[in-house]
Design a protein around this ligand. Structure first.
Ligand SMILES: Nc1nc2c(ncn2[C@@H]2O[C@H](COP(=O)(O)OP(=O)(O)OP(=O)(O)O)[C@@H](O)[C@H]2O)c(=O)[nH]1
Ligand SMILES: [Mg+2]
Length: 384
């Protein structure tokens, strides 16, 4: 692909901060799973000066990723996160090259209210998995951290041991980026991690409504982490979220909290009795565990394995992945159409007038929309 030689120039380097490699992987400023503008350079939150790097070709990116080179994997993720046109083209070429090496992992979504213990559970479970010889990638999708960055600090301390393990690759979530964009990039990030040989990929997201649905659409197994609380157990957790889970797990079942966790488990089990399972052939159940003591954590992994056996045998595993690809296709198609429309200079020029007219009640909204759509004449080759 000589035509693309040097096309990787100016890939944002902000996350790299000149580190020789990714290990030990600490949260630091190496956030990912975000959408960034195509800045040429930058030091986004990092005090270390960005060390200029040689730009890579698509073939070099792909080779590095497939070869399990963590530095190149990190750079490839940064590349797919970029929204700059030239990066997008290169990113696509990289993805196309790694595609034959993808699909081999187990993709797990882990969601729950802030502080439920998601990162702690990943630390406990992840350490068990790497001891068994598994390679684990953790992607944290947390648009809510835009303001507080709270979970980034949390993740740094909660996944301390795991973060130092070379069999584990952690990309904590970022400041900046919108959920839709983050999700779009997360799918690509999953593919890159798979191509790099990670066989378990955990997508952690804070449960704030839409997040779970987005994560569900890109994982094989979706685990909702809960905590026992007083009063109405189902408060704060939308019924819809329980419906899309493959397992409900009440964490922090340790010390004084054990009895409350057991009661909570029963209540959720009852609630589940009224719902139909999201996965064919699989009964969603409520469980208890403690990320702190490790109680129930090994059992969770055994449950995931059982789930895989069942869904692979009945064909649902493959069906779901196919449906997810089609859904991704439609999402991307919608996004691309919207981009194409918004970036059209004629549309952009006409838009303020129409907004004014609509605001003043001089123009009926549906008429204004028709007007703008008629204005839109995409020229051939103006596609992204
Ligand atoms: N007692 C007890 N505390 C726990 C357990 N798991 C997590 N915690 C504590 O709960 C707090 C939150 O844990 P995190 O793992 O950061 O929770 P999280 O869901 O990842 O939080 P966010 O990423 O901020 O949404 C920390 O103080 C943990 O030490 C557990 O099993 N038992
Ligand atoms: Mg966390």
């Amino acid at each position: 692909m000589s035509g693309n030689k040097g096309a990787g120039k100016d890939v944002p380097e902000a996350d790299q901060a000149g580190r020789p490699d990714w290990a030990p992987v600490d949260a630091g400023p190496q956030f990912a799973v975000r959408v960034v503008r195509g800045r040429a350079t930058g030091s986004r939150g990092s005090s270390a000066p960005a060390v200029p790097r040689r730009s890579l070709t698509a073939a070099e990116y792909a080779q590095g990723v497939i070869g399990g080179n963590r530095t190149i994997l990190a750079r490839a993720i940064t590349l797919v996160e970029s929204n700059a046109e030239r990066h997008r083209r290169l990113a696509r070429e990289v993805l196309a090259r790694v595609l034959p090496h993808t699909g081999g992992s187990v993709r797990i979504g882990l969601s729950g209210v802030p502080g439920a213990g998601k990162s702690s559970l990943i630390e406990t479970l992840g350490n068990q998995l790497v001891t068994q010889g598994k390679r684990l990638a953790v992607l944290a999708v947390d648009p809510s951290s835009t303001i507080t960055r709270g979970s980034i600090l949390g993740d740094k301390t909660r996944m301390e041991t795991l973060a130092r393990n070379r069999a584990c690759f952690i990309r904590p979530s970022p400041a900046g980026g919108n959920l839709g964009g983050v999700a779009r990039k997360s799918r690509e990030t999953i593919l890159l991690c798979e191509a790099a040989g990670y066989d378990v990929i955990v997508v952690e997201t804070v449960g704030v409504g839409q997040n779970e649905v987005t994560v569900r659409s890109m994982v094989d197994f979706f685990l909702l982490l809960l905590i026992a609380g007083g009063g109405d157990e189902l408060q704060g957790i939308k019924k819809g979220v329980i419906e899309i889970a493959d397992a409900l797990v009440i964490n922090k079942a340790d010390g004084d909290n054990q009895a409350r966790a057991a009661i909570s488990r029963q209540e959720y089990a009852m609630a589940l009795g009224y719902l139909s399972p999201i996965t064919r052939g699989w009964q969603t159940r409520a469980h208890v565990c403690s990320a702190r003591t490790g109680m129930g954590v090994a059992e969770l992994w055994r449950m995931v394995q059982r789930f895989l056996e069942i869904t692979r045998a009945n064909g649902f595993f493959a069906e779901r992945r196919q449906a997810q690809s089609v859904e991704w296709f439609h999402t991307l198609l919608d996004d691309s159409l919207r981009d194409l429309f918004r970036r059209d200079p004629v549309v952009a020029a006409r838009l303020p007038d129409l907004e004014r007219a609509v605001a003043q009640g001089a123009y009926l909204v549906p008429d204004a929309v028709d007007d703008l759509l008629r204005t839109f004449q995409p020229a051939p080759g103006r596609r992204s």
